[in-house]
Design a protein around this ligand. Sequence first.
Ligand code: C5P
Length: 220
Amino acid sequence: PTPVVVAVDGPAGSGKSSVSRAAAEALGYGYLDTGACYRALSWAVLDSGIDAAVAADVVAGLDSFDFSIGTDPGNYFVLVRDVDVTQAIREPRVTGVVSLIARVPEVRDWLTRRFRGIIRSTPFDGIVVEGRDITTVVAPDAPVRILLTASEEARMGRRSKELTSESPEAVGEALRSRDRADSRVVDFMTAADGVTTLDSTDLDFDQTVAAVVELVTTTT
Ligand code: C5P
C-alpha cells in the first residue's frame, strides 16, 4: 500500500524539524528530514575538497556522494558513506555552504528522486516529510500539506536558544541571509494552493505537534 505522505514546509527556525519528528512519532509514521540530506551532500562536498561554489564540480561528484538517513523518528541518524555526520551537518561551516549547493537544479533533481524513493519504500503506514519544497515539488499530491510559519521574532528566539554559543544578533543575521538565499530558489513563505498554513507564533511545542497530528487525523 502507498504510504500516507504528510508534507511540511517552512523557513529556518520555524521548528519544523522537531515538530515533524514528534508528530511522526505520535502517528507511528516515518520521518524524512530533507534539509539534513542537503546538509549531508554539503558535508560530502566539503569533505572531498570540491569548491561548493562551482556547480559543475558539485554535479560531477553527485553519484559519489553517497548518504543514508534514518527515517524511524525514534532512531534518527545521517551517514555519508560510513561516517556518522548526524552532528557535523549542523556545524556553521556546513550551514554556510548548503544554500549554494541547494540552488543547483541538478542537485535538486537528484535529491528529489532520492526522496521519492525513500518515501515509496518506507516500512511505515505514512511518512512526515519536511523541507522547503515538499508541498510544491517533492510531494505535491500528498493528502496533507502544511506550511509551518512563525513570526521572525519567534523563529530567531527559538534558534538562539538552540545555538547558545553565538550572539542572538549573529544567529538572526545568519538565519535571515539563509532564508533570503533559499527564497530565490523555492518559495516557502507563501502557502501554495491547497496548503494549510499553521502559524506557531503563539503555540508552544506540544500545541504545534498536536495541531499537525489533528490535521492528519481529520484529513486521512
Ligand atoms: O531544514 P534545514 O535548515 O536543515 O535545511 C538546510 C538547507 O537545505 C536549507 O537552507 C536549504 O538551502 C536546503 N533545503 C532545500 N530544500 C529542502 C530542504 C532543505 O533547498 N526541501
